[in-house]
Design a protein around this ligand. Sequence first.
Ligand code: GRF
Length: 192
Amino acid sequence: MRIAVFASGNGSNFQALVEYFKENEVPATIDWLFCDRPDAFVLQRAEKLGIKATCFSPKEFASKVLYEQAILEELANHQIDLIVLAGYLRIIGKELLTAYENKIINIHPSLLPDFPGLHGIRDAFEARVKETGVTVHYVDSGVDTGPIIRQEKVEIEPQDTLVTLEEKIHRIEHRIFPEAIVELINMGDSTQ
Ligand code: GRF
């Protein structure tokens, strides 16, 4: 199975995935990175890790449909079976959802359905809830709404700051994201 990762920023999850897939015997490979922001640090990570990357922005296209059609062309060129969103800050449109039905997975830094959207960690911290967490889920047309694949909780302790909470969440993400993907592949999901 050939996997593409989509990312827009730092790319720590992308790196964790690539390292896990290189270090463990899994029936899949991370073959391609798509990035929509030319200044994103994830592109430097891809170069260091030796993963092919392509970057273009929707601004370069007359419509979202054309933007996603260009992505689909690249996905076909790289013979991608499964798309993994790791900090990709755009809503997936109809073109991609139709072509990759049930084959797009996302990671979100909260216990969905609580705190969807761009600031899951900060929103949970500011709401003063006692626990939050990480969710791996299938992508549908909503914002962080698809069927849940795996969740892990983390306690927000009185001494936590936003920074320490972010660190805890990212540690969990880097561990459970590759594990959840491999489990799905081994179960035969996302392969039909
Ligand atoms: C992660 O917290 C992920 O859950 C969210 O975006 C963040 C990406 O971080 N979707 P990074 O770019 O992988 O470091």
